[in-house]
Write a protein that binds this ligand. Structure first.
Ligand code: SAM
Ligand code: SF4
Ligand code: SF4
Length: 379
């Protein structure tokens, strides 16, 4: 039986209070943290609930029928989320990713997307708005999401073998339905589509090559994610991590690959293109990505802020405490005070968990600190 770590304390309830009154501070469009990293990417969790029970994220043993999910009144409303997002955009955010839990479970999510789609970057451009989903509701929702203003989606899929996938999502959900969701997203024009596969040794590493074969020449960008020590409930062990270097070696044995430039600064994935016989990138065959959160830290250009479902601002995926913006949002703080609070928090940011972890034995690092769950803070 695998060892499980059950949290004794619910860290969602411990938060860093934002000191009030906050000095109003009109945003200037550029905000750098304590390590000189600009704020560019905002991930917003819209629900802490999910219809899957992926063992690496929401293991059934913990997220059972008695699990205390956030009550509806604790969630930021769409208007509140948009108001907070507007301040982030004024500070230089260019990309917003909606996540969760399963974001498509949040009722009328299209209304929120419509509101966010009206925001403009400091340069006056539309935002890059995307969403990460398990794909279970995508076939039904792809067209309405696109119509609301969503530009693209990332779909999580951990294998093509139905038995493996049903076991990993732990609710017996079939692969075919997710594949139909991906096709519906393509038909709706929600592209380029990315597919995320978390690779866990002993569970689905034999699905790496079949997944690559399936999505080669499809226009879908498949990305392999190292199984991470997020949260405190998934019983993470280093020996279950398949390092990205191994994934790349496996794929290279099937198809030659060429390294590609990062598409944007702070991008989490290292990109590889399928190569032609002359060694150039065969763009028609496409590309894959590897996200090496465990074996290769990419904190030095991490430009991501995370807003939890109930309005706490986290500065790192491995954070233990969020900065509670809700009292400002629900109180009588002005937009400039809200912007001032966000600026002060981001400027104090020194987080670089993955880099620090690299200096510790991995299993020791995984047990140090008390982290927030991925289903709460989003990916
Ligand atoms: N429910 C949606 C989904 O699964 O796409 C969005 C939320 S989920 C927390 C976001 C991403 O985090 C997914 O791609 C998921 O595979 C990934 N994820 C969750 N737990 C992880 C872990 N322990 N290690 C690596 N990736 C993880
Ligand atoms: Fe749900 Fe996504 Fe977590 Fe799986 S990874 S349990 S689909 S939130
Ligand atoms: Fe960013 Fe934290 Fe991940 Fe480093 S560990 S890349 S700071 S989220």
């Amino acid at each position: 039986m695998s060892e499980r770590i059950i949290p004794l304390v619910d860290h969602r309830h411990s938060a860093i209070a934002v000191p009030t009154p906050v000095a109003p501070r009109p945003p200037t469009g550029v905000l750098t943290d304590g390590l000189g990293r600009p704020l560019r990417d905002l991930r917003i969790s819209v629900t802490d609930r999910c219809n899957f029970r992926c063992s690496y994220c929401m293991p059934k043993e913990v997220f059972d029928k008695d699990y205390p999910y956030l009550p509806h009144q604790a969630l930021l409303s769409f208007e509140e989320i948009t108001r907070v997002a507007r301040q982030f955009v004024a500070h230089g955010v260019q990309k917003i990713r909606l996540t969760g839990g399963e974001p498509l479970l949040r009722k009328n999510i299209e209304i929120l997307i419509g509101q966010l789609a009206e925001l403009r970057t400091v340069e006056g451009e539309p935002l890059d708005i995307t969403l990460t989903t398990n794909g279970s509701l995508l076939e039904r929702k792809a067209a309405s999401l696109k119509a609301a203003g969503l530009q693209r989606v990332t779909v999580s899929l951990d294998g093509l073998d139905d038995a493996v996938f049903r076991t990993m999502n732990d609710v017996d959900f079939p692969v075919a339905d997710v594949l139909r969701g991906i096709e519906a997203a393509r038909a709706a024009g929600l592209g380029p589509i990315k597919v995320n596969m978390v690779v866990k040794r002993g569970t689905n590493e034999h699905e790496i090559v079949p997944m690559a074969r399936h999505f080669r020449h499809s226009g879908v960008v498949l990305r392999f994610i190292e199984y991470m020590d997020v949260g405190a409930t998934n019983g993470w062990r280093m020996d279950e991590v398949v390092p990205s270097a191994e994934v790349v070696r496996l794929l290279q044995a099937e198809w030659p690959l060429v390294p590609l430039e990062a598409a944007a600064p702070g991008e989490t994935a290292q990109r590889w293109g399928y190569a032609r016989p002359d060694g150039s990138w065969d763009q028609e065959a496409g590309e894959i990505g590897v996200i090496s959160s465990v074996t290769q830290a990419f904190c030095s250009d991490c430009n991501r802020a995370r807003l939890s479902t109930e309005g706490k601002l986290y500065l790192c995926l491995f954070g233990t405490q969020g900065h509670d913006l809700k009292p400002l949002v629900r109180g009588n703080a002005t937009d400039e005070q809200l912007a001032g609070a966000i600026a002060a928090i981001w400027q104090g940011r020194m987080d670089r968990y993955s880099e620090l972890r690299a200096s510790l034995p991995p299993d020791v690092a995984a047990r140090s600190g008390r982290r927030i769950e991925m289903s709460y803070i989003g990916g």
